[in-house]
Write a protein that binds this ligand. Structure first.
Ligand SMILES: O=c1ccn([C@@H]2O[C@H](COP(=O)(O)OP(=O)(O)O[C@H]3O[C@H](CO)[C@H](O)[C@H](O)[C@H]3O)[C@@H](O)[C@H]2O)c(=O)[nH]1
Length: 342
């Protein structure tokens, strides 16, 4: 199995899940937004090593060819992409180039080597500014920024390829808000620079690297006025990939990966206090442009098609995220804290 972007947040946790279920895993990553130190952590968390690591960019077709020639690859899980919404507005061409060109390059190489199974990392951000709650897969796509549009374009490119090459089967997984960490504390979310997303930001406040959490908007039409999201444990997302692959349908299909449960920003802060006993200084500030009030998945399609459901609740999400942060206060590069009471 080839995992592109296998050193990233969701990629690394999926590698552990695949290894734990007996798959051989080959990783391609350019480490543009991840650390080489993650590979060792994957091996440790899974209790067995990945087969091989290839460092490079998927747009480099000779690199890809050499990967497919070196290993008997039967399926691909494609995570490698740029993923910061704000940055995508600043650098739209970079986003289309990296996200879309990597996908076409990968598809070409897969077809040339007779590899027929693809799981694509998509995002619920393609639904855009919607007020539909909960969101099913039939909701029309209306992406509002280059990042989300690049994911939507990729979904369409893959669907076109499946139509043209009937031997190719693919599934796009539209994740809601993946958070949490592997329960070992070895793997978690370690963004470069200032975190964009609420959970890693909150963890850096909790560990003392940042003074407070700014809560973007307190006047939304939600129970406490703050935005509601469907947070999903990253190990449930990882499990969703393994199951999606084992249940791959002919042609192209799309599935939401979410819990169906909504949590507000202040609800997340409260859950953290309850689960970990740490108070997060939080201050409500003005809204962040582009945010929608409420995004909650309808996870029914995955439940009925695969019998797949999430098994980890909000308590587990914040507890595991905190364990990773406590053990790795400055992230992967700085190393694990020794003698942390483990
Ligand atoms: O410092 C912060 C960061 C975020 N938020 C709020 O927390 C909620 C969640 O924000 P995130 O940035 O964590 O997640 P988003 O829902 O905005 O988007 C993220 O999840 C999407 C899928 O839902 C896409 O994958 C996207 O790329 C990714 O950034 C939002 O209401 C946001 O306003 C804060 O209050 N303070």
């Amino acid at each position: 199995m080839l995992v592109t972007g296998g050193a990233g947040f969701i990629g690394s946790h999926t590698c552990v899940e695949l290894l734990a279920h007996g798959h051989a895993v080959v990783v391609v990553d350019d480490f543009s937004n991840s650390s080489p130190a993650v590979i060792d952590r994957i091996d440790k968390a899974a209790g067995r090593p990945i087969t091989a690591l290839h460092e490079g960019d998927l747009r480099d077709s000779s690199l890809l060819r050499s990967v497919f020639e070196a290993h008997p690859i039967d399926a691909v899980i494609h995570f490698a992409a740029k993923k910061a919404v704000g940055e995508s507005v600043e650098l739209p061409l970079e986003y289309y180039d990296v996200n879309v060109s990597a996908t076409t390059s990968l598809l070409r190489t897969m077809l040339a080597h007779g590899v027929r199974e693809l799981v694509f990392s998509s995002s619920c951000s393609i639904y855009g500014q919607t007020s539909t709650v909960p969101l099913g897969e039939a909701e029309p796509a209306a992406p509002t920024n280059p990042y989300a549009r690049s994911k939507w374009f990729c979904e369409n490119i893959i669907a076109d390829a499946c139509r043209r090459y009937p031997e190719l089967n693919a599934v796009a997984l539209r994740y809601f808000n993946p958070v949490g960490a592997h329960s070992s504390g070895l793997l978690g979310e370690d963004p470069r620079g200032v975190p964009n997303n609420v959970m890693p930001y909150m963890m850096q406040v909790a560990i003392g690297r940042r003074p407070e959490l700014q809560v973007f908007g307190g006047d939304y039409e939600t129970p406490d006025g703050t935005c509601v999201r469907d947070y999903i444990h990253v190990m449930d997302v990882a499990d969703g990939h393994r199951v999606a692959l084992s249940q791959l349908e002919p042609g192209f299909s799309v599935f939401n990966l979410g819990t169906g449960v909504g949590t507000s920003v202040l609800g997340l802060v409260a859950a953290f206090r309850e689960a970990c006993g740490v108070e997060i200084p939080a201050r409500v500030v003005s809204r962040r442009p582009g945010d929608v009030a409420m995004l909650i998945a309808d996870p029914a399609r995955a439940a009925s098609a695969w019998g797949w459901r999430t098994t980890r609740d909000l308590h587990a999400m914040v507890r595991d995220a905190w364990e990773f942060q406590r053990l790795n206060p400055y992230g992967y590069e700085a190393g694990l804290v020794v003698g942390s009471g483990q």
